[in-house]
Design a protein around this ligand. Structure first.
Ligand code: AMP
Length: 413
């Protein structure tokens, strides 16, 4: 299996967490977490952050990005009762995951975090602030809300982390992000992470960061190298049959199935529940937060083996160990393809990604190929009763033999 490019070339000596000069308390937490060696983004980001530099990191999810900013900040920061670190996340799920990572990585330090996101009551969040949190992990809307209510001020912030910035752009949060950064002191360290770097984000980086160290892991806009991906052309009315057939023929440990709309997600849930033995759950924005959390937890713990999600619901979720992604439709936004596919092959495990392709989506498929800079292989399922579509006239790769997944079933996390 290939490793990340540049890993060997840049580091003739094996880099260890100890050699990166992290604090003893943080190193102790890493030992508990069981991380053996820093990932490429951690190798580059940790020294830069420790030396006080701003960082702009172009890196996909699943590369160890959270630890790349949390570990050095936790090593540098003196615990105190006023907000000094601000971490902005696009979704509450992602904010919760960073909060969990903070608790694990900072467990031997005396820092406290407040987790602030919308859609829930204020009481717990106000209490967390009143107790004196120096880490603020927040989504932009609720953060501004609390600032306007004078429950919190950003005047003492010394570190700003803008995480998953392209997702914040997609969700229309960039004006809020700017307002928030403007409220922070000029004397600060700013770290910006984004899987892709559209011009709006380069613009934000030029304005918010000072002489940043640029870190780029893998070719920009590339999909993780450990992923095999393919398009499965089919006529529109056979899409459901093909999904069922792919589920039947693939020996998977866990599947994340992406739809474009909430309705498609609900319909597929019905179809798969009715016609297969899979344990399925759904994640979309009409599903109440507590049910979404239950779905996610159930999927992580192996109670469900298939999770159906829309892009918005799946944004930034740390679901690692997904063996397969199936795209029920080609996403209209090619960046969503990269994000969806990023669910597999995380932490350098091998993953497969299937995309069902119908004639109305050809344009989107070509946009995906332009974005990732290569042609995605077209495959055809042997003995599937295809209805004719012109897409099948293209040169299709021969069918692949059913693959036994080597990994035993285990808890995901
Ligand atoms: P992230 O890119 O931050 O979402 O991290 C993806 C996954 O990789 C998470 O489950 C982390 O716990 C895990 N991870 C992060 N750093 C390391 C490391 N150095 N060694 C092994 N796993 C890691």
């Amino acid at each position: 299996m290939s490793s990340h490019p540049g890993e060997e070339l840049n580091s003739p000596e094996p880099v260890t967490f100890e050699s990166l000069r992290l604090s003893e308390r943080v190193l102790a937490a890493i030992r508990v977490l069981g991380y053996e060696k820093p990932t490429p983004i951690q190798q580059q980001s940790i020294p830069a952050v420790l030396s006080g530099r701003d960082v702009i990191g172009a890196s996909q999810t699943g590369t160890g990005k959270t630890a790349a900013f949390l570990l050095p900040i936790l090593s540098r920061i003196e615990p105190c009762k006023t907000p000094s670190v601000l971490i902005l996340e696009p979704t509450r799920e992602l904010a919760s995951q960073v909060f969990d990572a903070f608790r694990a990585m900072g467990k031997f330090t005396h820092n406290r975090a407040a987790l602030l996101y919308g859609g829930v009551g204020y009481q717990d969040q106000l209490e967390a602030l009143q107790k004196g949190a120096n880490f603020i992990i927040a989504t932009p809307g609720r953060l501004l809300d609390l600032i306007e209510r004078r429950s919190l001020s950003l005047k003492s912030i010394g570190y700003v982390v803008l995480d998953e910035t392209d997702r914040m752009l997609d969700m229309g949060f960039l004006p809020d992000v700017r307002r928030i950064v403007e409220m922070c002191p000029r004397e600060r360290q700013t770290l910006l992470f984004s899987a892709t770097m559209p011009p709006e984000i380069s613009g934000l980086a030029g304005w918010a960061l000072r002489d940043p160290v640029q870190i780029e892991i893998g070719a920009r806009r590339s999909v993780a190298e450990t992923i095999n991906h393919a398009f499965y052309p089919v006529s529109i009315d056979q899409r459901d049959d093909l999904v069922l057939e792919l589920l039947r023929r693939t020996d998977f440990a866990s599947v994340m199935l992406f739809t474009r709309t909430k309705r498609e997600a609900d319909e597929l849930f019905e179809i798969i529940t009715r016609q297969t033995d899979h344990r399925v759950t759904v994640l979309h924005s009409d599903i109440p937060q507590n049910k979404r959390e239950r779905a996610l937890r159930g999927f992580r713990e192996g109670e469900y083996d298939v999770i159906i999600a829309t892009d918005i619901a799946a944004r930034g979720l740390d679901i690692s160990g997904v063996s397969h992604v199936i795209n029920y439709r080609v996403p209209e936004n090619p960046e969503d393809y990269v994000h969806r596919i990023g669910r597999t092959g995380r932490a350098e495990k091998e993953g497969d990604a299937f995309t069902i392709l119908s004639a109305d989506e050809l344009e989107f498929a070509q946009a995906v190929e332009r974005m990732i800079g290569r042609q995605v292989e077209r495959r055809r399922l042997e003995d599937f009763d295809y209805v004719y579509t012109a897409l099948l006239d293209d040169n299709l790769a021969p069918p692949r033999v059913k693959r036994k997944s080597s990994a035993p079933r285990r808890k995901r996390r």
